[in-house]
Design a protein around this ligand. Structure first.
Ligand SMILES: Nc1ncnc2c1ncn2[C@@H]1O[C@H](COP(=O)(O)OP(=O)(O)O)[C@@H](O)[C@H]1O
Ligand SMILES: [Mg+2]
Length: 255
């Protein structure tokens, strides 16, 4: 167990991540609280997606551990790990849906795989999830028939299929125009408010960072660790680190 307060969902402790012999990130320590919109920031290639893969239990850290509501993820049995993972909903970097399946089939898949719900209940659950992301009426469409923004929302409906407590998003608004990007941000906040979800997002979109995040970490590849944290607005007001200032202003302060 890890001594944490009740509202901590995820605790990362002394975590090191490596590819082969190369340390990518080291000594990561942070908490994600219930109903946080927690943003992982840093330049391209610094290890954000790799960190997310560790946080959803797909990769074992070289050192350290992750605790979900105080329970160790790596010092427990495979059944308990599987049980914990069922509370995670994930939308990967390119929001990949199964292209040969309709939206209904895509969202139903996790329910068929991981629950014993009847077909009728699955149908209702899928309709509800598609309506939630504004895609009611599109259940019979294939991903290729939808716009980029709709595909992202469909991927969120699938991530929500099992009513996860924690949602993980890797660059959710990549490739979207500003209007659809803003809609997606609003959807994430709705999911947090209406379902009490805790949300972890990898993003470098400044508009998103400042409008949705209440907490964050900033990763620096040279240091291979976290060099800033907290509410991004406060972080920008209080930091004197030029890297963070440059990232959070896109260098505009210096122009
Ligand atoms: N499977 C892998 N094997 C070895 N190196 C990898 C692998 N995946 C990613 N990397 C390297 O790890 C670093 C971090 O990658 P990534 O986590 O995707 O960064 P980000 O998401 O911040 O852009 C990159 O330098 C990348 O080249
Ligand atoms: Mg990435």
């Amino acid at each position: 167990m890890c001594a944490v307060s009740d509202d901590v969902q995820i605790s990362v402790r002394k975590m090191d991540m490596r590819y082969r012999h190369e340390t990518l990130l080291k000594d990561l320590n942070f908490d994600v609280h219930t109903q946080d919109v927690f943003v992982i920031m840093g330049e391209s290639g610094c290890g954000k997606s790799t960190l997310l893969r560790h946080m959803i239990g797909l990769t074992r850290p070289r050192h350290g551990d992750i605790f979900y509501q105080g329970k160790s993820f790596w010092h427990c049995g495979p059944e308990q790990r599987e049980e914990m993972m069922q509370h995670f909903g994930v939308m990967y970097q390119n929001g990949a849906l199964w292209t040969s399946m309709t939206l209904v089939e895509n969202v139903a898949l996790p329910l068929k795989q991981f629950t014993t719900l009847t077909r009728r209940k699955i149908k209702h659950a899928v309709e509800f999830k598609l309506a939630l992301v504004g895609l009611d009426g599109y259940g019979d469409y294939y991903p290729a028939e939808l716009s980029g923004g709709m595909r992202k929302r469909a991927a969120i409906a699938r991530a929500m299929a099992l009513d996860p407590k924690i949602l993980f998003f890797d660059e959710p608004s990549a490739g979207l125009d500003p209007i659809n990007s803003k809609r997606l941000d609003e959807l994430l906040l709705e999911l947090r408010d209406n379902f009490g979800a805790t949300i972890v997002v990898v993003t470098h979109e400044l508009d998103s960072i400042f409008s949705i995040a209440n907490n964050s970490i900033f990763i620096e590849p040279k240091v291979k660790s976290i060099i800033g944290r907290g509410n991004p607005k406060k972080l920008l007001e209080t930091t004197d680190n030029p890297k963070i200032i440059e990232f959070l202003t896109r260098g505009e302060r210096y122009e």
